[in-house]
Ligand binder design. Structure first.
Ligand code: THU
Length: 138
């Protein structure tokens, strides 16, 4: 993908972190999903006192998009680290988010891990989740 577009996606993922609701972990994650039509849909992590009810940033973005009829994705950017600070490291998606991404995205989906607008690591969904589980669809 073109450099400027990736930087824009990185910026949106970093910005989305400011909406994270993280009173328990203090770890704010932002995600920015790019549709094939060029639209960006963002998400943040939303925690819950019943910890397992927490929703990750990537799933927030995917569920927002799918619930609005958008299911054709080209890339996702993810940024995470201590709330109120720039990320200290790259934050790869957790296993559950990889599985949810693989439900809706091609194995070729670009996944950009964001430390800052300028420190970006690129991989693809198939690198993060080889031999993904799928059921046949009706
Ligand atoms: N988290 C995400 O938002 N995305 C991931 O892929 C990994 C983990 C969130 C969940 C929880 O709110 C916090 O990070 C610490 O696990």
């Amino acid at each position: 993908m073109e450099g400027k577009k990736i930087e824009r996606l990185a910026e949106e993922a970093l910005k989305a972190r400011s909406f994270s609701y993280v009173p328990y972990s203090g770890f704010a994650v932002g995600a920015a999903l790019l549709t094939a039509q060029g639209e960006i849909i963002t998400g943040c992590n939303i925690e819950n006192s019943s910890y397992s009810a927490t929703n990750c940033a990537e799933r927030t973005a995917i569920f927002k998009a799918v619930s609005e009829g958008k299911k054709d994705f080209a890339a996702i950017a993810v940024a995470g680290g201590r709330a109120g600070e720039m990320p200290e490291d790259f934050c790869p998606p957790c296993g559950i988010c990889r599985q949810v991404l693989s439900e809706f995205c091609s194995p070729d989906l670009y996944v950009y891990l964001i430390k800052s607008e300028k420190e970006i690591r690129c991989c693809q969904l198939k690198d993060l989740l080889p031999m993904a589980f799928h059921l046949d669809k009706d």
